[in-house]
Design a protein. Structure first.
Length: 467
């Protein structure tokens, strides 16, 4: 069996948006699943709109998603000599011809067609003239006049186009620059691409591309056109629906693993399984289960997958993604056992890395700031006695483990006759400033004796001062 070679060819006219990322992922996972190759190509022939900054931001987003490429990035702007060679090939074999029809003439043709309700088409004036090359000549493709062109689409099934609907489209402008459909085909042929998966906004380009393959005597790739990604209101996903750029999701605190899991499920399924790791997707992804209907982008589903991925990612793998959020809050956090433990107490309760960072504030703050409602509820005079007893006993213990701390709490419960809650609630506020937090014994073990004592004493002072 031939090796699968897929590609992702973004136009560098802006950031990588979620729809583009989804297309890239389908091609990447298919290449990885089949142990094939994945080629990255930058389609920058539109020099007015293409920028290096956009190309760089696309690379950055792909790298963040963990999409690596086996070849490229190729830049179309550096391949004009190859396109010129292929134009010549088509001219030499009679599949293309020079045309000198003036813009006015073409305009009149268009007006005419529209007036009679027809599709604006080139009327073939120069088709049989065999004109020589000249400064004002474009090169047109000699398209078949009869018959049909069929896309055998792995997603949509056969799509049949009448060749009478096509015209002799331009492949090279009079300034010598090649046109879009032509360069795509030349690139895909010369790069050995045999699987083309792209958005179905390109379906109408495909018959022209198939005609070019046939004229060049090249084998057709497998085509698959993915339905568009829609917003919740079932219109095409756009800025109105929220962030579009992949890196915006990174900056909001999504994990790349959650993003790829979500985007691949937006158009592909494997039974009703929702959660996938990257390895599992590489093992399971195939072209068979791509859906025919459009996927609806749902931020709540993405959030819930993100929570699941945060939960199962080992702390040391989560750390590089989390650190920028901790640093942005001014915490002096760094990779290590302390942060591993912080993560372990919070990873089951955070939907985003931003949320995780925010809820870890008390682990890094020098002085705890109390939520007023927590103070009202639990910083009562009756809390002073148990807090002071805890401080005394903790000061006396050399070991600061969960087991030792539980024993200390028990002895304070016995000494005061108070239930655990009456003691634990003020302690929680003292340690975290909040009424809800991970288990206080784990927190105390992680914070360590010195911090815990300082916080309990701060709480005692606060309660005394409130009198
Ligand atoms: N450059 C095109 C785009 O960004 C991709 C064309 C293709 O996949 O053939 O939509």
């Amino acid at each position: 069996m031939r090796m699968v070679i897929t590609r992702f060819p973004p136009s560098p006219t802006g950031y990588l948006h979620v729809g583009g990322a989804r297309t890239a992922l389908f091609n990447w996972f298919y290449a990885r699943h089949t142990k094939g190759r994945f080629v990255l190509r930058i389609e920058d022939t539109d020099t007015a709109r293409s920028t290096q900054a956009s190309a760089d931001s696309i690379f950055e987003a792909l790298e963040w998603l963990g999409i690596d490429w086996d070849e490229g990035p190729y830049f179309q702007s550096q391949r004009f000599h190859i396109y010129a060679e292929y134009v010549q090939k088509l001219l030499d074999t009679g599949h293309a011809y020079y045309c000198t029809c003036s813009p006015e003439k073409l305009d009149a043709m268009r007006q005419n067609a529209m007036a009679t309700g027809g599709k604006p088409k080139y009327d073939g004036t120069c088709r049989e003239k065999i004109l020589p090359k000249s400064n004002d000549a474009v090169v047109r493709f000699r398209a078949p006049l009869t018959g049909t062109t069929v896309i055998q689409d792995v997603v949509k099934g056969d799509i049949v186009f009448q060749n009478t609907e096509q015209d002799d489209f331009i492949i090279q402008r009079s300034d010598g620059t090649p046109t879009y459909n032509f360069v795509v085909v030349v690139d895909d042929i010369t790069m050995g691409i045999n699987t083309v998966i792209r958005g179905d906004d390109h379906v109408n380009n495909t018959p022209r591309q198939i005609m070019l393959y046939e004229a060049l005597g090249a084998e057709l790739p497998v085509f698959g056109h993915l339905p568009m990604v829609l917003g919740k209101d079932k219109t095409r996903l756009s800025k109105r629906h929220g962030a579009m750029s992949v890196t915006a999701y990174r900056d909001m605190g999504f994990l790349p693993e959650a993003m790829i899991n979500y985007l691949i499920r937006l158009g592909w399924s494997y039974g009703d399984q929702e959660f996938f790791t990257r390895e599992e997707l590489i093992e399971k992804f195939s072209l068979e289960h791509i859906g025919k209907s459009a996927g609806v982008f749902d931020i709540d589903k993405l959030l819930s997958l993100n929570a699941d991925h945060i939960k199962i990612t080992p702390p040391r793998l989560l750390t590089p993604h989390l650190l920028p959020f901790l640093k942005a809050k001014g915490y002096s956090a760094e990779e290590g056992i302390y942060l591993d433990q912080v993560i372990q107490t919070l990873n089951a309760r955070s939907k985003t890395l931003e949320e995780l960072a925010e809820s870890s504030r008390f682990y890094y703050a020098d002085a705890v700031s109390y939520e007023p409602s927590a103070v009202d509820k639990f910083f009562k005079m009756e809390a002073l006695n148990p807090l002071n007893l805890l401080i005394q006993k903790m000061e006396a213990t050399p070991n600061f483990t969960v087991a030792v701390l539980e024993a200390i709490f028990l002895s304070v419960m016995e000494a005061t006759g108070l239930k655990l809650g009456k003691i634990a609630h003020p302690v929680r506020v003292a340690l975290t400033g909040k009424t809800a937090s991970p288990g206080i014994f784990e927190i105390m073990e992680i914070l360590g004796k010195e911090q815990v004592l300082a916080r309990l004493k701060q709480a005692v002072r606060h309660i005394v001062d409130m009198k």
